[in-house]
Write a protein that binds this ligand. Structure first.
Ligand SMILES: [Cu+2]
Length: 108
C-alpha cells in the first residue's frame, strides 16, 4: 500500500509532456528540403504544427491553396487546424519537388 501511494505521488509530479508522450505527434518538421514525416495521420479537429529546421526558407502550402504557411525561416513554425476528414496534400512553393500529405480521420 505504501508503495502504491508512492507511485501515485510520483505520477502526480511527472511533467504533463511525459504523460502525453503516448499521443501521436501532430508536428511536421521541414528538414533537408523534405517534410518529415512525409505522411501524417491526424484526427479531424486536430492542429498540425509545421516547423522549419532548415536554414532555407520553406512553406507548407495546400495543393488546392486552401491554406498556406507563407515563408518560414529557420526555427519558425506555423499551425493549422484540420476540421474536415480527408486526405490533404501539400507542397513547398519555394521547392515544388517537396511534397507532403496529411490523412485527417473522422473524429467519431
Ligand atoms: Cu522548401
Amino acid at each position: 500500500m505504501k508503495a502504491l501511494l508512492a507511485a501515485v505521488a510520483l505520477a502526480a509530479f511527472l511533467p504533463a509532456g511525459a504523460v502525453r508522450a503516448a499521443a501521436p505527434p501532430t508536428t511536421v518538421h521541414i528538414r533537408n528540403d523534405a517534410f518529415f514525416p512525409a505522411s501524417l495521420t491526424v484526427k479531424a479537429g486536430e492542429t498540425v504544427t509545421f516547423i522549419n529546421d532548415d536554414d532555407d526558407a520553406h512553406t507548407a502550402t495546400a495543393d488546392d491553396n486552401s491554406w498556406d504557411s507563407e515563408g518560414l525561416t529557420q526555427g519558425q513554425s506555423w499551425s493549422h487546424r484540420f476540421a474536415k476528414a480527408g486526405k490533404v496534400t501539400y507542397h513547398c512553393t519555394v521547392h515544388p519537388f517537396m511534397h507532403g500529405a496529411l490523412v485527417v480521420k473522422s473524429a467519431r
